[in-house]
Design a protein around this ligand. Structure first.
Ligand code: SF4
Length: 113
């Protein structure tokens, strides 16, 4: 757990400044998924959407739409299709507009598997 967070709780501080430098404990935080477009077809995308409890994933035609603002980094999509999903390694997701958190991933052509 980040020290600045614990320090804030102990002092009764509700809000804190953004950390001046990267916190080493950030490597332990859950991070959103990253998708391998070459491994994503419609069937895999539908399986990912069904596995997502927060509705951060939806398929629109030949695209997988990922809403990083709704993702809780639970990892269920990675469990459902480990060949198509990895971790992004990025935990700083601040954006100036809500729409910047929505990613559109093109699907590959159908595979026979
Ligand atoms: S990590 Fe969880 S919440 Fe995020 S897209 Fe995958 S299944 Fe959905």
């Amino acid at each position: 757990m980040p020290l600045w967070f614990v320090r804030g709780l102990r002092r009764g501080i509700v809000t804190t400044h953004y950390p001046a430098r990267p916190d080493p404990s950030a490597v332990d935080l859950p991070v959103p998924p990253a998708f391998r477009p070459g491994q994503l077809d419609r069937a895999v995308a539908d399986r990912l959407c069904a596995a997502c409890p927060s509705r951060a994933l939806r398929r629109e035609g030949d695209e997988l739409v990922f809403d990083a603002g709704a993702c809780t980094a639970c990892g269920r999509c990675r469990e459902a299709a480990p060949q198509a999903v990895t971790v992004c390694g990025e935990w700083e997701l601040a954006a100036t507009a809500r729409s910047h958190l929505i990613k559109r991933i093109p699907l590959a052509a159908e595979t026979s598997s």
